[in-house]
Design a binder for this molecule. Structure first.
Ligand SMILES: Nc1ncnc2c1ncn2[C@@H]1O[C@H](COP(=O)(O)OP(=O)(O)OP(=O)(O)O)[C@@H](O)[C@H]1O
Ligand SMILES: [Mg+2]
Length: 253
């Protein structure tokens, strides 16, 4: 289980997270939605200890992330797959070399590494691309390699940061199905940061909206779809701020 408890964090005097609390239960996929620049990526980075809170804490499987020593942090990171906002593949390495990297670091034997590469590529429908370089792949394929690389390590948790941003609607829908498949086949607990409500509704068990440094609302897909919170409603319907404010003033919420 991943628990954020009253996390406060900011940069150069600007507060970003202002008491962010959220519980992600084992086995579920939690989507985190919210406007650009509200701190969704910042929140994710706390889970793997890339950032530490000013106040509050993040707990993963009973351990407080910012209190872990180097060894503890390494152990924590080995059970978390991180799919970055930008695929972050090594351009000078082939697809299979990119995937192999983390497996070699774990000290797996060559035969096991080959097996894991094959299984992961199968899961993301990319068998046959082993020898290609990232530059020879489309944006969507690169993102899928990013996912294959994360799942090859058999993580308990997987964190997706904007897995579908910049993809066309059909490729986005394919990516969504792929994330559902990863969850079903591997039983991973997931957190997906996304702007795309259709994606959130497809991949998530629960959705949390980050707004003004805090969780504005958290609930099942159905609860969020039926929300009466005007801030959440405005976001999921993609209505401009002004229109929603007017509606609120007119008592239409
Ligand atoms: N390492 C950092 N140093 C300084 N400022 C940072 C750092 N990381 C994030 N920020 C700032 O914190 C704010 C929140 O950033 P974050 O990347 O978490 O937003 P986001 O919700 O993920 O946005 P987007 O949807 O555009 O990805 C931004 O104003 C960003 O400039
Ligand atoms: Mg982000």
């Amino acid at each position: 289980m991943i628990v954020f408890r009253d996390v406060e964090k900011g940069f150069s005097g600007k507060e970003i997270l202002k008491g962010f609390s959220l519980e992600v239960r084992d086995g579920e996929t939690m989507a985190i939605i919210g406007y650009s620049g509200t701190g969704k990526s910042v929140a994710l980075k706390h889970i793997v200890g890339l950032l530490a809170p000013f106040k509050g804490e993040v707990e993963v499987d009973g351990e407080i992330v910012h209190k872990l020593d180097r060894k503890g942090l390494r152990a924590l990171r080995s059970k978390i797959g991180y799919v970055f906002q930008f695929a972050a593949l090594f351009d000078s390495m082939t697809v299979e070399e990119n995937i192999a990297l983390g497996l070699q670091r774990q000290g797996l034997p060559a035969a096991k590494i080959a097996e894991r590469i094959e299984e992961s590529l199968l899961l993301v429908d990319l068998v046959g691309t082993e020898k290609r370089y990232p530059i020879q792949l489309s944006g969507g394929m690169r993102k899928r390699v990013g996912i294959a690389r994360a799942i090859a390590l058999r993580p308990k948790y997987i964190l997706y940061d904007e897995p579908t941003t910049g993809l066309d609607p059909v490729t986005t829908a394919m990516m969504d199905l792929l994330m559902v498949r990863v969850k079903e086949k591997l039983g991973v607990t997931g957190i997906a940061v996304t702007h795309n409500m259709k994606s959130a509704f497809t991949i998530a068990d629960r959705i949390a909206m980050l707004y003004d440094g805090k969780v504005r609302q958290v609930g099942t897909v159905e609860e969020i779809q039926k929300t009466h919170d005007h801030v959440v409603r405005q976001f999921i319907e993609g209505r401009p701020e002004a229109a929603a404010a007017e509606a609120a003033d007119a008592g239409l919420q």
